[in-house]
Design a protein around this ligand. Structure first.
Ligand SMILES: *Cc1c(COP(=O)(O)O)cnc(C)c1O
Length: 381
């Protein structure tokens, strides 16, 4: 028995990737493993995603590229595009030092200004590498990338003309792919702005990879698939629309498990935890679970979620503290110390999904798994 563990079902991750590939048809799957694989563990998830048919891995920052490449999963200085080895791509803005780290990891780099293109070329030359660049169009996300489609075309031309560079991709990112009910067509506006830019670049560089879709966009419209989709949340079996992932045949990969460390009789009126935010209305049994916000179980769940024990739901009562939380086992209980307690995942017939916790916290499932702290070991299920 462990104090707490995040069980990672790599078979489910692989199956989710296969599912997405079926959705994509000809388009390739890029598995996004940034933020330690959305809290699931980047390296193991990267391997499982490649086994599930992903051809590219994406990370957000250079240290993540170095981690994935260092583990030998993908990347490294010898990677050549198109030779069948999986590709690695760093999505985010990089400092000069980070450019070196990303290039050293064999990662492709995102570029949207001439100045940064020159910097990447200079660093590639200094390191004796050819830098693969993905030119980023901001079609309406309002974040990284250039709004100017012609600038994207010029950057691709400049990259093709530079022996230290290779134009590997042209891409954009959607702001509202996951909000089909509220976006009033903004998703399709973005698509309509990006399409002519992508076509103009492709006309001059026929082998370039055009990509735009995240997980939600894959389901939203085939038109967004282009040559490749960058899928994060769905590969982890989390629903991009905050609904039930099973509706799309996705299986949750992560479960968060701990145990009952103590079972105590509470007389009516006894409070649980800091600030006495809950008091027993009648005599009851309380189970103490050694898991808290230090593990990423948000304090805002105080008095506001369920925990599974022996296949049924019990209310979390009292304040979530850094290292412990308490649940009300009721006036009569057979639950004993040592029983498994599940915060996220399935136990018997019951299941608590990340989407359920996200709804309680007024956030999205992404933040629930990313929040699980390094104190919780990730172990293959
Ligand atoms: C994180 C990220 C993705 C993956 O998005 P999901 O919604 O998790 O599929 C794709 N593209 C970019 C630019 C990202 O930052």
């Amino acid at each position: 028995m462990e104090r707490a563990v995040a069980r990672i079902d790599l078979g489910a991750l692989r199956a989710n990737c296969e599912r997405l590939r079926a959705e994509l048809g000809e388009a390739r799957l890029c598995a996004v493993v940034k933020a330690d694989g959305y809290g699931h563990g980047a390296t193991a998830c990267a391997e499982a995603a490649l086994a599930g048919g992903a051809t590219t891995l994406a990370v957000a920052v250079a240290t993540e590229a170095a981690e994935v490449a260092g583990a030998g999963v993908v990347g490294g200085p010898d990677v050549r595009p198109g030779d069948g080895t999986p590709d690695l791509f760093t999505l985010g803005a990089l400092t000069e030092r980070e450019v070196d780290v990303a290039l050293g990891a064999g990662s492709a780099i995102s570029v949207w200004t001439p100045g940064f293109l020159d910097l990447v070329a200079a660093r590639a030359r200094a390191l004796g590498r050819i830098a693969r660049v993905h030119l980023k169009h901001d079609s309406g996300m309002g974040r990284l990338g250039t709004f100017d489609g012609e600038e994207v075309v010029r950057l691709a031309r400049a990259a093709a003309a530079d022996p230290d560079l290779e134009p590997a991709g042209v891409w954009t990112h959607f702001a509202t792919a996951d909000e089909p009910d509220d976006d009033e067509g903004y998703f399709f506006e973005q698509l309509a702005r990006f399409e002519p830019v992508a076509e103009a670049v492709r006309a001059e560089h026929p082998g370039i990879t055009v990509h735009a879709a995240n997980s939600a966009a894959v389901y939203r419209s085939r038109r967004s698939h282009f040559d490749m989709a960058r899928c994060g949340v769905a590969i982890y079996g989390l629903d991009p629309f905050q609904l039930d992932p099973a509706d799309r045949g996705l299986v949750p990969v992560l479960s968060l498990r701990s145990h009952i460390a103590a079972v105590k009789r509470f007389p009516a009126g006894q409070s649980a935890g800091y600030g006495r935010r809950w008091r027993a209305s009648e005599d009851t049994w309380i189970g103490v679970v050694p898991l808290g916000y230090g593990d990423g179980v948000r304090r805002a769940l105080t008095n506001d979620c369920d925990v599974l024990v022996e296949g049924r739901r019990y209310r979390l009562v009292g304040t979530v503290s850094m290292d412990n939380l308490t649940i009300d086992l009721g006036p009569e209980t057979a639950v004993k110390p040592g029983a498994e307690a599940v915060l996220i995942g399935r136990q018997g017939e019951e299941e608590i999904r990340a989407e359920e916790l996200a709804a309680r916290l007024d956030t999205i499932n992404y933040e629930i798994t990313c929040a699980i702290s390094p104190r919780v070991p990730r172990r293959a299920a």
